[in-house]
Design a protein around this ligand. Structure first.
Ligand SMILES: C[S@@+](CC[C@H](N)C(=O)[O-])C[C@H]1O[C@@H](n2cnc3c(N)ncnc32)[C@H](O)[C@@H]1O
Length: 574
């Protein structure tokens, strides 16, 4: 898991003779500054806006103030994928669930950072604005409920002991652990939790980090080895510690599964089913297969294996007391890799260091595309605890989820072994075109992309001529390659001819990709419960990629019809 980015932000509060105002600002160090500045400009904003809180504000003015803040905040909070596909905003004006939740929380934190106690005449306006934002977050929550079935028959006994152990050591939680259908254990709210409530608080003293290795007898050996990273040391430490009956973390290790079932342990049958997919590439990259070929899969050597062979059996032979060979088999090494890939989080400690950690209890939180917890990952130096605050409400009995990061389904399968429910905006297919320098006449900020991509065109709203549900940066690039001087999307025959060429090209590229994916043959391998977990994931993923590619082909074909109709209209006029 990656820690979610913390507000990088754009927020300040100003006071002048008329009272307080809110300042929204796009910072100059934002890596997407030029693109965001252009978007802000298109909407009539500058990079900084001061919004005064007027004591005489009517409800209409408050809702206008909120709308302005929302529109600007959304752009400030966009990420690269959202900007790339940015023109496809929904009817409500939102770009994505992630962006909307982040923006609403940013606005709330801006308003709440104003000193309400000093606000006298403006207090009512402040309160109205605050409740407008909170209502919007509630609305968002109702529209994005995490659909999870909780299996109460499954008794989470060891998990309960872990929570009790955590509480004895200072942890505080408003979540209980239960079995969630299709996702293993999950964390369920025991009471209604509101925005800003801390669902879980973990003291640093029970977080597993490199600090523990430094205190162990292993460090005398590992610390002297060239190129030994703290992550590898922790991996080796956890392989031994899990067998230690006296371990402080025994309750934690007791809750870990025997097998993790991530993409790293996909069997050959599942790998074969992935031929032609992005997931196959991702798994192979993670394993760094040498000589990527479907036929030599059984013989593959990957970097994990190389890393293992560099360490073992040498360490066991040289230091049998410290590295007992029965704890350091290849299978156990792979288990530990999967543990760290799927359960670790990056935490910023009070000393300013970012460390990869295992966090007891927090490790039960599942991922969602519309999470409750977004901002976590920084130790509160006042309490020396890691807090998990809610960015949107979670009702009692509902599963409370966090965001592992902005990951594609192929990444989530490779490192976590699951495919998320719902439309994942990070499921993009990169397009392999040599992005050379094409002259661009106008402001280049929005057309200057080093890579291009597509997503399922069902995610797009605009399927009209010149758009077709396809991303404008890609279409504009392909148009400019053909005619660098074309500026406006005018309905004239010369432009329409170019549109046809672009769509034909894309359609042929994606038809080739669909062919490479093969037919739906593997769906026949589905035998309900009897199908292995990895084949199920592989077939599901292939189906997802096939749906994305097919949607592009369909959109290109519909687009060509639109263009041809326009062209024949011109011909008949002639
Ligand atoms: C940090 S753990 C979360 C707790 C885990 N469910 C358990 O039982 O230990 C991460 C693992 O949970 C599962 N998981 C997380 N989010 C999921 C989701 N949305 N759907 C299905 N499985 C999920 C995956 O197996 C993933 O590797």
């Amino acid at each position: 898991m990656e820690s979610a980015e913390l507000c990088s932000s754009d927020k300040t509060v100003d006071t002048d003779d008329d009272g307080y105002s809110i300042v929204l600002e796009l910072h100059g160090d934002d890596p997407l500054f030029d693109k965001k500045k252009k978007l802000l400009h298109d909407k009539g904003f500058g990079v900084k806006k001061q919004i005064p809180l007027k004591s005489s504000s009517s409800p209409d003015l408050i809702s206008k103030t909120f709308e302005t803040m929302l529109q600007m905040g959304r752009i400030v909070r966009l990420d690269e994928v959202e900007i790339y596909f940015g023109e496809f905003v929904t009817q409500s004006g939102s770009y994505s669930t992630r962006n909307e939740l982040e923006t609403l929380n940013l606005l709330l934190s801006l308003v709440e950072s104003l000193p309400a106690s000093q606000m006298h005449e403006q207090l009512n306006v402040w309160k109205d604005l605050q409740s407008t934002i909170i209502n919007k977050i509630h609305e968002f929550g109702n529209q994005n409920k995490v659909d999870a079935k909780i299996d109460r028959n499954y008794i989470c006994e060891t998990e309960k002991y872990l929570v009790q152990w955590g509480e004895r050591n200072g942890a505080r939680t408003k979540l209980e652990i239960a079995y969630v259908e299709g996702a293993g254990r999950g964390a369920i709210a025991v009471e209604d939790l509101n925005i800003g409530d801390i669902g879980l608080e973990i003291p640093v003293s029970i977080i597993i980090s490199e600090v523990l290795v430094y205190k162990s007898d292993m460090y005398n050996i590992l610390g002297k080895m060239d190129g030994m990273s703290s992550e590898t040391m922790l991996l080796l430490w956890s392989m031994k510690e899990k067998h230690n009956c006296e371990s402080k973390f025994k309750n934690y290790f007791d809750t870990l599964p025997e097998e993790f079932n991530t993409g790293l342990s996909f069997g050959v049958h599942a790998i074969m089913a992935l031929e032609g997919t992005l997931l196959l590439e991702e798994i192979m990259q993670a394993k760094e297969v040498i000589g990527l070929s479907m036929h030599c899969l059984l013989k593959y050597t990957h970097h994990l294996r190389i890393q293992y062979d560099e360490l073992f059996p040498a360490l066991c032979n040289d230091y049998p007391d410290i590295f007992p060979s029965e704890f350091y088999t290849w299978e156990q090494f792979l288990w530990a890799c999967e543990l760290w890939y799927s359960n670790s989080m990056k935490v910023m400690f009070a000393d300013g260091k970012l460390r990869t950690c295992l966090i007891p209890i927090a490790g039960f939180l599942n991922h969602s595309l519309s999470p409750h917890i977004v901002h976590y990952g920084k130790v509160d130096s006042a309490t020396n605890t890691l807090k998990f605050p809610l960015s949107r409400p979670c009702s009692a009995g509902e599963q409370c989820c966090l965001s592992y990061g902005k990951f594609s389904t192929s990444h989530l399968i490779t490192f976590y072994g699951f495919s998320p429910q719902g439309d994942n905006p990070y499921d993009v297919i990169p397009i392999d075109i040599d992005v050379g320098q094409v002259d661009c006449i106008e402001d280049c900020s929005m057309s200057n992309w080093t890579t291009h991509m597509v997503w399922g065109t069902w995610l797009s709203n605009n399927h009209n001529i010149f758009h077709y549900g396809l991303p404008s940066p890609l279409l504009d690039y392909l148009r400019r390659v053909r005619n660098p001087t074309q500026q406006e999307k005018k309905l004239v025959p010369a432009n329409l001819e170019i549109e046809l060429e672009v769509l034909e090209d894309l359609q042929s590229t994606f038809s080739g990709m669909l062919e490479n994916l093969g037919d739906t043959g593997f769906a026949d391998d589905f035998d309900g419960e009897n199908t292995s977990w990895d084949l199920k994931l592989a077939v599901e993923f292939k189906d997802l990629q096939r749906r994305i590619v097919s949607s592009i082909i369909t959109s290109c074909s519909a687009g060509r019809k639109l263009v041809e109709n326009e062209l024949s209209r011109f011909m008949s006029e002639e």
